[in-house]
Design a protein around this ligand. Structure first.
Ligand code: PHE
Length: 633
């Protein structure tokens, strides 16, 4: 059997295929959106640490296991041990992870296919044209005063974003949790209005009230709060404050909210002065541009929204995508993959670079740069550590045996360090570039970084629509290449699942690819229909907090992969026969081997365990990090 196993055409072939597996939706779709949700800089830093201390060592471990055993993951462990062993469970864990990940991976890849077709029929140019028209209409129908008001509010909100976060960060996350709880409770009793008004009455002096009314601030202090309302409010508050610790937290939160209000008032007035110096024409031009962007944003947002809730369309494209993946896997590993990777990977990188350069000329570039690279404790969300770690596994295709499988089609006994480091650097570079491509656009459009799984589909078309004419070509190329990047990753996922049936049960490659691909597609329907309101799974959301799709992504990337990786590290560190391990590292300097052993034996497992414990609730990372980064005052 071993002689007939397929092999890569060359060493470069292995590296290209492994890089093709690593570079995928994880880099361009997932990394930017989870970076957005986790507040940027610090999350990125934690992710980089995870890549270096956990990702690269485990990448080496997986390639080593595959190369040494020349078998797919379930069988590899018993082959190396020379007997049946419980380590084989790691292989099974990998098959399950591959199955689950592929089931929703095809849905996102399907969206990319849908957007490629949409680009071919040119949807972004009409959006551009509509926005031009609506911009002009806005210009002739709106008074300069209204435009100015709109611009002032917009600018003030922008300026306040970070200062407000800094103020809020003076209190521990748990204070804000309590405050949320408190507000919800008061909301239910309809008296929260009263406290808001009272609070504002203290903050807004009467001479600034006129200005603020002119700016459309409607929730101005109303001195006529009835005595009953006041009492009802006090009652509700007192009842909530029977718990002392709770009361203290609310006091703290309210005083900070008061600071926020003061700041807001100051900022509105300051911006107003600023705009007082602008000419009428400047104001009208700026307002029109802002309005045009708002129109583009609305249309682009609707486009993705329509796809996400349309289960049938998502399912259709998932099926087409899966078909492509099955055809490639059924055809054998080396022929197509190597060649296509060689051409399309550089093209993808080039196109991303073009879009990064485009973004560099947008006004959101500076903000994007500091969002991604500046670890600002005020934006900190430490509970993201699990996600950062999980993503380090996901993006490098680790923890489920993909690299064991790909390594097993390689005969060479050298180059393990160089290969692993190269793949990791390439993968990380593309992920960071993807952020620098997406966030300038997002911030130029005043959008939130935390847009969720739709981020890439909602942001890139903004740029293509703004470009107008040439946008169509860029859109086709971009989404087309995204589909391609997804294919080279998806085949490695199916390969892990299928190779068990090929190597162990003796199935023909074709049969394995079609059968398993088909089953995974059926399971994937759950993700395709996850946000479709006409389908039962949409009831998953209210009961579990997130939709089905996000839930299984979360489970697979943040639990299955880190656990798989933990066992793989422990295996090569402690379980694998020394002689076999050394045979794979004859070309590696002894100091490097020692360093690597230290990482896989102690450091990587310890990090994974700490992070998992945090998630089980033994540690609360948000509170801990808050204590480290913010001096109490
Ligand atoms: N690494 C791939 C990506 O970033 C996804 C993947 C995960 C592929 C696990 C194989 C195994 O998109």
């Amino acid at each position: 059997m071993a002689e007939q196993r397929s092999q890569w055409g060359s060493r470069l072939g292995f590296v290209l295929a492994a890089a093709g597996s690593a570079v995928g939706l994880g880099n361009i779709w997932k990394f930017p959106y989870i970076t957005g949700e986790n507040g940027g800089g610090l999350f990125v830093l934690i992710y980089l640490v995870c890549i270096a201390l956990v990702g690269i060592p485990i990448m080496m471990a997986e390639i080593m296991i595959g190369r040494a055993a020349q078998k797919q993951p379930v069988v590899a462990f018993s082959t190396l041990q020379g007997k049946k062993t419980a380590w084989a469970g790691v292989g099974w864990l990998g098959i399950i992870a591959g199955f689950v990940i592929l089931s929703y991976y095809i849905v996102v890849a399907g969206w990319a296919m849908d957007f490629t077709l949409k680009s071919v029929v040119n949807i972004t140019e009409p959006i551009h044209d509509t926005a031009e028209v609506e911009g002009s209409v806005y210009r002739v129908t709106t008074s300069t005063a209204d435009m100015e008001t709109m611009l002032i509010q917009r600018q003030a909100e922008k300026d306040l974003k970070y200062p407000v976060r800094r103020i809020k960060n003076k209190a521990k996350p748990s204070v804000w949790d309590d405050y949320d709880r408190y507000e919800t409770a008061l909301d239910k009793s309809e008296v929260v209005d009263v406290v808001k008004r009272e609070m504002l009455a203290e903050v807004w002096t009467s001479e600034s009230a006129d200005t603020l009314t002119a700016l459309g601030q409607t929730d101005l202090p109303d001195p006529n709060v009835s005595e009953e309302a006041r009492n009802a409010y006090r009652d509700a508050r007192n009842r909530l404050f029977e718990d002392n610790a709770f009361a203290k937290n609310i006091d703290r939160a309210e005083s900070l909210m008061r600071e926020v209000e003061i700041l807001r008032k100051k900022q509105l007035l300051a911006v107003r002065v600023l705009y007082g110096e602008k000419t009428e024409l400047e104001i009208r031009d700026e307002a029109e541009a802002v309005h045009r962007r708002a129109v583009i944003f609305q249309k682009v947002d609707d486009t993705f929204g329509a796809v996400a809730v349309d289960g049938w369309t998502s399912a259709f494209w998932s099926a087409i995508f899966m078909l492509l993946v099955i055809l490639i896997v059924a055809g054998g590993i080396s022929s197509g993959i190597e060649r296509t990777c060689r051409i399309l990977m550089p093209t993808l990188i080039f196109l991303i670079l073009v879009m990064v350069i485009y973004g560099a000329f947008k006004d959101g570039f500076g903000e994007a740069l500091s969002f991604v690279f500046k670890p600002d404790p005020s934006k900190l969300k430490a509970s993201g550590v699990l996600e950062a770690l999980g993503h380090a596994f996901f993006t490098l295709s680790l923890g489920m045996g993909a690299m064991i499988t790909y390594g097993s089609y390689q005969k060479s006994k050298t180059g393990i360090v160089g290969q692993s480091v190269m793949i990791a650097i390439l993968d990380t570079a593309i992920a960071l570039l993807a952020c620098m491509m997406i966030f300038p656009i997002i911030f130029s459009y005043d959008q939130e970084a935390a847009a969720g799984p739709g981020l890439v589909f909602k942001s890139m078309p903004l740029a293509f629509a703004e470009i107008g004419k040439g946008g169509m070509l860029l859109a086709i190329l971009f989404f087309g290449l995204l589909v391609f990047a997804a294919i080279t990753s998806a085949i490695s996922l199916l390969e892990v699942v299928a190779s068990y049936f090929i190597d162990q049960l003796g199935w023909a490659r074709r049969k394995a690819a079609w059968t398993l691909g088909g089953i995974i597609l059926v399971f994937g329907l759950g993700s395709a229909f996850a946000s479709d309101p006409d389908f039962v799974l949409s009831s998953w959301q209210p009961s579990y907090g997130t939709d089905f799709f996000t839930t299984i992504d979360y489970l697979a990337s943040n639990w299955l992969l880190p656990m798989g990786g933990l066992f793989i590290a422990l295996y090569v560190g402690w379980g694998m026969p020394k002689r076999l391990r050394e045979a794979e590292m004859t070309d590696v300097a002894p100091a490097l081997v020692a360093g690597w052993l230290l990482l896989v034996r102690f450091i990587a497992p310890a990090l994974v365990i700490v992070v998992l414990l945090q998630k089980v609730g033994v540690l609360d990372a948000d509170e801990l990090f808050h204590a480290w980064f913010n001096r109490p005052d």
